[in-house]
Design a protein around this ligand. Structure first.
Ligand SMILES: *[C@@H]1O[C@H](CO)[C@@H](O)[C@H](O)[C@H]1NC(C)=O
Ligand SMILES: *[C@@H]1O[C@H](CO)[C@@H](O)[C@H](O)[C@H]1NC(C)=O
Ligand SMILES: *[C@@H]1O[C@H](CO)[C@@H](O)[C@H](O)[C@H]1NC(C)=O
Ligand SMILES: *[C@@H]1O[C@H](CO)[C@@H](O)[C@H](O)[C@H]1NC(C)=O
Ligand SMILES: *[C@@H]1O[C@H](CO)[C@@H](O)[C@H](O)[C@H]1NC(C)=O
Ligand SMILES: *[C@@H]1O[C@H](CO)[C@@H](O)[C@H](O)[C@H]1NC(C)=O
Ligand SMILES: *[C@@H]1O[C@H](CO)[C@@H](O)[C@H](O)[C@H]1NC(C)=O
Ligand SMILES: *[C@@H]1O[C@H](CO)[C@@H](O)[C@H](O)[C@H]1NC(C)=O
Ligand SMILES: CC(=O)N[C@H]1CO[C@H](CO)[C@@H](O)[C@@H]1O
Length: 898
């Protein structure tokens, strides 16, 4: 959320909704044997000496694993007391207290291999860094499909917390698994390899020792190659670096995006593999299904510095889903089999959204709406940030400064535009009884989070002192629905923006602090960037929620608000994410691409960054470039903070205002293409935005360009003053989106002209795109006839698809109230095939024009269903256009030329 200076730290988060979304992960009952014996301090000096002698400490620096993960307190004595090796720090990040190669640990026994998986008993006799250890464990490796296995290590005697998400649980006798599993007894190790290549998939051998203590779990694996992606939410480039030591922490936090723990927790990575021929076509994915505060440590390892990942968590289980792809694209799709397929967003939400914190009054808001309409900006959705509220209280509006808000929303609706409001989780707790139903109802229904003593936990957020609904409480749905319904009668909003749900708190823990004794508030270890304090700017981990402690549920607070929010106001199952409070700078704009790629990997494709930047003044040039890039964000919103200059499209002068309008028009021409991509995300789990290497191995580090599906290549200008963009054009046939002219990619970088009014976009040979004419709103776009753009592949097949429904119903797919049409080109003949025809609007689904790109000769005749059609030919661009068609796409057709 927005930044506030001073003691009330800047924070604000990122989920929006109308839909909603949030961070992922975890919980379950934490009922753990918690012995009060401090085994470490009870270790006798004599024992320490013996251990020291036997310790094997000669380890090359890249192969060292950190035995002093805490920020403070390291000393030779303390390190050796842990049974670890003390050495000088050779270079930054290299552990100076590290595990010896013969560090004690678990031994496996009773290893049983069956057609459905492997089981074993694990036991240890010594103790680890952060006792109490769980000495007896069970390993259960389930084969689930040919491409998926699940590795669980749990305490058979005490149920521990597990995230309350539905995941596939059934083991299966799999005929031809792509993987091979080996479990060794002593030392205990798990090795998973790919059958076809012997590539490493998961291998604990020689890695950070496996540890399972009550509040400290550790398991490490070597990587297959250093091509590693994922592990969000942090601001890092899409290709993670393993050439130095880094900690990626999972503990949802409301600060503006940095390398530290960000708004959400996504402990999932994608790793590329080399085949025997050295290429990088195969990939696998690993999810740590654990919602506790956790971290992934990346480090160089191995002679080629392929790297290693060490997961550490402060609770729960070791529960890993391993996905074998084999292509990177199929790994991302397989991930949605575990966390769920993305929702299909309503069509209007693909339009342009406008927002700022600090319209300050309905008069100013009205003026902004009016000037953007007058400037003929394509524009569907207006948002309200916290300033529309009465003293920042949820489900209220400021009767003085925003007295006119109901009329504004009415006017938006009459103009077929939408209005989205912010609804933070924190509910003001300091209003007089009987004056503020959201608090009174919550108290009566007993749905607020309690502190460790069972009293209401009170924090501080925008409205002052607040209570926090427990969205895991079964009654919270009725509670939240009621508040939304009551407010909807006053302000008939179309969507919810659920912010601050890390959850953010302006005081640490609560207004009365946290417990000094609870093991949740004072855990023996906290992951890297949290600075030893889990209470920082959030709720006390010891606070009580219906399912478990906040310690276990924290990383799923946003998820739980999404789960409850998305079920109301009839919008169905919707959720998206924005990338948070960025800055108005060219470098922030560039970083947004890494964020978009990450969230498409995390199965949250409806994602976008604040266009033009949130903090500080933007510039007309930056804002123009950012709208051009934003036209290709799956979620396109211009958002500004309180004090900078206006940055809505119509606030700019010529020529910028015209360039921005042009960028918005480009977006609106692509709405049906985007909608069809979302359909594929929803049905098949395929990401909307993809990195180039999904299709073209060899460009694993390119993240300043990206693709929409496998159809469009986007190469934005990301540098101030640039009128040329250096772009990688993969070896393939491309067509300039704007002119249609063919371009043969040579698999190298080229300089493309990119004056201020231009973003370079290329259509991949083999695509057929259903475009729309540019319009100013999605409802108008829906009335138009399509323009089919056929971009032939000289060697492969050429095909495309259109998904079309009413754009609003949540059940279109289930109820088969949609139409799905395939298009294919063979030789010089374009045909369609109607897969589903459940949506037949009165205005019909027609094409007005078909453009055949890459047509080398002027044809003598173009026929549509055997009848001659009007056409023109542009020799320079090699483009043939058949026009004035009124071609019904729901009926079989043939278009051909000679
Ligand atoms: C393995 O663990 C299970 C579950 O705790 C237990 O019932 C069984 O006796 C153990 N087997 C061995 C050989 O220790
Ligand atoms: C994988 O390793 C096994 C055992 O070392 C070997 O027999 C097999 O040929 C290897 N397969 C490939 C594809 O290299
Ligand atoms: C999500 O919400 C639904 C409907 O309110 C509820 O039945 C379900 O239990 C919720 N899931 C969790 C994990 O709270
Ligand atoms: C925790 O300890 C501090 C100082 O040691 C004390 O001021 C505070 O009241 C204690 N808090 C609780 C909740 O016991
Ligand atoms: C959880 O909520 C249900 C329904 O309100 C209630 O019956 C139950 O006692 C609650 N459990 C806890 C541990 O608060
Ligand atoms: C934000 O960007 C502006 C330039 O656009 C720069 O002057 C400022 O230092 C940046 N602020 C931060 C916090 O990065
Ligand atoms: C809104 O108020 C803030 C001060 O609270 C001010 O800095 C800002 O300029 C105002 N915004 C507009 C659009 O007037
Ligand atoms: C693009 O132009 C820049 C500036 O002239 C130049 O440094 C660069 O080498 C060019 N790149 C290519 C691929 O030609
Ligand atoms: C990733 C990044 O640079 N984020 C920036 C977003 O903007 C804030 C200021 O609001 C910076 O502090 C962050 O560094």
């Amino acid at each position: 959320m927005e930044l506030r200076q001073g003691p009330q730290r800047a924070r604000r988060t990122t989920n929006f909704c109308l839909y909603v979304i949030a961070s992922l992960w975890v919980i379950h009952w934490a009922k753990v044997a918690s012995s009060d014996l401090d085994l470490q301090s009870s270790r006798s000096p004599a024992l320490t000496v013996i251990l020291e002698k036997a310790r094997k400490c000669v380890i090359p620096q890249n192969e060292r694993f950190d035995c002093w993960p805490e920020v403070k307190g390291a000393s030779k004595r303390a390190c050796e007391k842990r049974g670890c090796c003390w050495g000088n720090q050779v270079s930054k990040g290299v552990p100076f207290c590290y595990f010896p190669t013969n560090y004690g640990g678990y031994k496996a026994s009773n290893i049983k291999v069956s057609a459905k998986g492997v089981t074993a008993n694990l036991s240890r006799s010594d103790h680890s860094l952060f006792p109490p250890d769980v000495d007896k464990l069970v390993l259960q490796i389930d084969f689930q499909t040919e491409t998926r296995l699940r590795i669980r290590i749990f305490d058979p005697n005490n149920a521990r917390f597990e995230p309350p998400v539905e995941v596939p649980t059934q083991p299966k006798a799999v005929d031809n698994p792509l993987y091979k599993v080996k479990v060794t007894a002593s030392p205990f190790n798990i090795v998973v390899t790919r059958v076809s290549t012997n590539a490493t998939i998961f291998d604990t051998t020689g890695m950070a020792p496996f540890i399972f203590a009550d509040q400290f779990l550790q398991i490490g694996t070597r990587l297959s190659t250093h091509f590693l992606y994922g592990l969000g939410e942090h601001r890092y480039q899409f290709l993670q670096r393993v050439d130095s030591w880094r900690k990626l922490v999972f503990w949802a936090h409301g600060y503006p995006p940095t390398e530290k723990n960000g708004y959400g927790a996504h402990p999932f990575y994608l790793n590329l593999e080399r085949s025997s021929s050295g290429n990088l076509r195969d990939a696998h994915g690993v999810l740590l299904l654990n919602s506790n505060a956790a971290e992934a440590i990346l480090q160089p390892h191995g002679s080629n510095q392929t790297g290693a990942v060490t997961f550490r968590s402060t609770g729960g289980l070791v529960d890993l889903f391993v996905l074998l792809g084999p292509s990177p694209l199929s790994v991302t799709a397989q991930y949605t089999d575990i966390v769920g397929r993305p929702y299909l967003p309503p069509f209007w939400s693909l339009g342009f959204h406008l927002c700022r914190w600090g319209y300050n009054s309905s008069t100013k808001l009205q003026a902004v709406i009016a000037r953007n309409r007058e400037a003929m900006m394509p524009y569907d959705v207006q948002w309200g940030d916290i300033d529309y509220m009465d003293q920042h209280k949820d489900w209220t509006f400021d009767q003085k400064n925003f007295h006119n808000l109901p009329a504004i929303v009415k006017d938006l609706h009459q103009n077929k535009q939408r209005y989205i409001i912010m609804a933070d989780p924190a509910i003001s707790s300091s209003q007089p009884a009987g004056k503020y139903a959201p608090f009174d109802d919550g108290k009566r229904m007993n749905i607020f989070i309690k502190d460790y003593q069972g009293h209401l936990l009170i924090g501080k957020v925008w409205p002052g002192e607040t209570a926090f609904p427990d969205f895991f409480n079964p009654k919270s749905y009725d509670y939240w629905l009621k508040q939304a319904q009551e407010f909807h009668k006053k302000i008939p909003f179309d969507g919810l923006w659920i912010d601050m749900n890390e959850p953010s708190n302006f005081v640490d823990g609560s207004v009365s602090g946290c417990s000094n004794t609870s093991k949740f508030d004072n855990p023996p270890y906290t992951p890297g960037t949290i600075d030893g304090d889990l209470t920082l700017a959030t709720l006390c981990p010891s606070s009580r929620q219906n399912l478990s402690s906040h310690y276990n549920l924290h990383n799923m607070y946003g998820w739980s608000q999404t789960n409850v929010s998305r079920r109301h106001v009839g919008s169905g199952k919707f959720g998206g994410h924005w990338l948070g409070d960025n800055n108005s700078s060219f470098s922030d704009m560039a970083f947004s691409i890494d964020g978009i790629l990450n969230f498409n990997l995390f199965a949250i494709p409806q994602v976008g960054a604040d266009i033009c930047g949130f903090q500080s003044n933007t510039s007309p040039e930056l804002c123009t470039r950012w709208h051009q890039l934003g036209a290709f964000y799956p979620f396109m919103r211009n958002h500004n903070t309180l004090t900078p200059k206006d940055q809505d499209p119509a606030s700019f002068k010529a020529p910028y205002i015209d360039h921005i309008r042009q960028a918005l028009e480009l977006r609106y021409r692509l709405l049906a293409v985007l909608y069809t991509l979302f359909f594929k995300a929803h049905t098949d789990g395929l990401p909307v935005v993809r990195p180039l290497f999904f299709l073209y191995p060899g460009v694993e580090d390119v993240s300043r360009q990206f693709m929409w599906g496998d159809q469009l290549l986007v190469s934005p200008v990301l540098k101030e003053g640039a009128t040329v963009v250096e772009a990688f054009l993969p070896k393939d046939t491309w067509y300039d989106f704007h002119s249609g002219a063919p371009f043969i990619g040579q698999g190298r970088k080229v300089n493309l002209s990119a004056p201020l009014d231009t973003i370079n976009v290329h259509i991949r040979g083999g695509a057929i795109l259903p475009l729309l004419p540019s319009t100013v709103r999605t409802d108008i776009a829906r009335q138009q006839k399509f323009i089919l753009v056929v971009a032939p592949s000289p060697t492969g097949s050429t095909a495309g698809q259109l998904y079309w429904d009413d754009g609003e119903s949540g059940d279109s797919i289930k109820a088969k109230k949609y139409s799905l049409i395939n298009f294919m080109l063979k030789d010089k003949t374009l045909t369609n095939s109607v897969i589903v025809s459940g949506y037949k609007p009165a205005s019909r689904i027609n094409a007005d024009r078909i453009e055949f790109l890459g047509t080398n000769k002027v044809p003598s005749r173009v026929t549509v269903n055997g009848r001659a059609a009007n056409f023109r030919y542009e020799a320079l661009e090699k483009k043939l256009t058949a026009f004035d068609l009124s071609l019904d796409l729901l009926t079989a057709f043939t278009v051909t030329w000679t």
